[in-house]
Design a protein around this ligand. Structure first.
Ligand SMILES: NC(=O)c1ccc[n+]([C@@H]2O[C@H](COP(=O)([O-])OP(=O)(O)OC[C@H]3O[C@@H](n4cnc5c(N)ncnc54)[C@H](OP(=O)(O)O)[C@@H]3O)[C@@H](O)[C@H]2O)c1
Length: 328
């Protein structure tokens, strides 16, 4: 049975006399740090560049070197890019670890795939938001909270759960809910969503736009109807609240007949095989090895792939549609 933790499961007192070290102040590091600061916890942060140094300083968190934070903090939140993290951990963090430390990750990537092997005397845990960093902050501020996966990787002290739940509460996640998984499950689910679902959705939308342009529909009207209007968001929002079937049944009867009579046509066995292959690449660590090579080579393929995407004509039409609608 899946365990889901809520607000009453976390006790902030557990962290009252602890120093929380934030290593990395980027898309997720900054929102998490600001939430923890607003929850009244004591923080120290480590950054990389001068620009981020200035941002942290302006937030009231004067940065310290990574080594210093590693020595001073009781909990260390490792919020570096996953591909960068192993070297920083090995050279600048691991030499300072003692049995008083708890290592916290926001992705199971490095521990589950064996790129980081924490010593047996430290506690290891995971609080991984199921949303973007910006939403982690917004939903803390508006009181909504955000869902996260939570996992205990290593419980050397026998106190990892109270620590994790207090942290999840201070971050604002328990207001929505934290779902217990293993670190392996977290990263496999995360990568599957990124590598199977998002590319399929991206392909469906771009292929549909291409077809509609070719058939002479005004590009702005086509883009509006495909996703710019927000109808698709509204549908997904309803699905998160009430379920997929309920959301589909909000359509008119014409809509429902169209949806359910054409559903079979799109249940492509090839698509299912592609999903299986994608999941297998993730679980066998084929993808993790490919990404480690890509990072070691300086991201040449990622750069090419991004260039190719950026050159598509579609984006100009998309931006025109967005500007037109906003009256810019
Ligand atoms: N972004 C999200 O929405 C999100 C959601 C869930 C989980 N996560 C997880 O959160 C973790 C952090 O991801 P992120 O997206 O926040 O990364 P990010 O935006 O790329 O930020 C990384 C931070 O690490 C710093 N950094 C980079 N290289 C460094 C180095 N060599 N030494 C010291 N600091 C260095 C950067 O410093 P500078 O800014 O100074 O360059 C930046 O502050 C990852 O494990 C990721 O899987 C992220």
């Amino acid at each position: 049975m899946t365990v889901i933790y809520h607000e009453d499961d976390g006790d902030l007192q557990v962290l009252a006399d602890k120093v929380i070290g934030i290593i990395g102040y980027g898309s997720l590091g900054r929102p998490m740090a600001l939430n923890l600061q607003d929850s009244g916890l004591r923080l120290q942060v480590a950054v990389n560049s001068q620009e981020t140094h200035a941002v942290a300083l302006a937030d009231g968190l004067p940065p310290l070197p990574v080594e210093q934070v590693a020595k001073n903090a009781d909990l260390l939140l490792l919020l570096l890019p996953d591909e960068v993290m192993p070297a920083v951990y090995l050279e600048r963090i691991s030499p300072h670890l003692t049995r008083a430390h708890t290592l916290i990750f926001a992705s199971g990537y490095n521990v589950a795939f064996g790129y980081i092997e924490p010593p047996p005397f430290v506690d290891v845990g995971l609080v991984a938001p199921r949303t973007f960093g910006a939403a982690v902050r917004e939903r803390y501020l508006n009181g909504q909270g955000f869902y996260s996966f939570i996992a205990a990787g290593q419980d050397a002290s026998g106190r990892i759960w109270p620590t994790l739940l207090a942290l999840a509460k201070a971050l604002g996640s328990l207001r929505a809910g934290a779902v217990e998984v293993t670190m392996q499950q977290e990263v496999e689910l995360d990568l599957f969503m990124q590598q199977a679902i998002l590319p399929a959705v991206h392909h469906i939308l771009t292929a549909a736009a291409g077809l509609l342009f070719k058939r002479g529909y005004p590009p702005e009207a086509a883009m509006l109807d495909l996703y710019v209007s927000g109808e698709l968001n509204d549908y997904l929002q309803r699905a998160t609240e009430e379920g997929l079937l309920h959301a589909l049944r909000l359509s008119s009867l014409t809509g429902q007949f169209g949806i359910f009579s054409r559903l079979e046509r799109f249940s492509e066995t090839r698509l299912e095989r592609l999903m299986e292959l994608t999941l297998e690449e993730i679980r066998s660590q084929h993808f993790a090895r490919e990404w480690a090579r890509e990072y070691a080579d300086g991201y040449p393929r990622l750069r090419k792939l991004l260039q190719h995407q950026e050159r598509l004509d579609l984006w100009e039409l998309e931006q025109q549609t967005i500007e037109l609608l906003r009256g810019i």
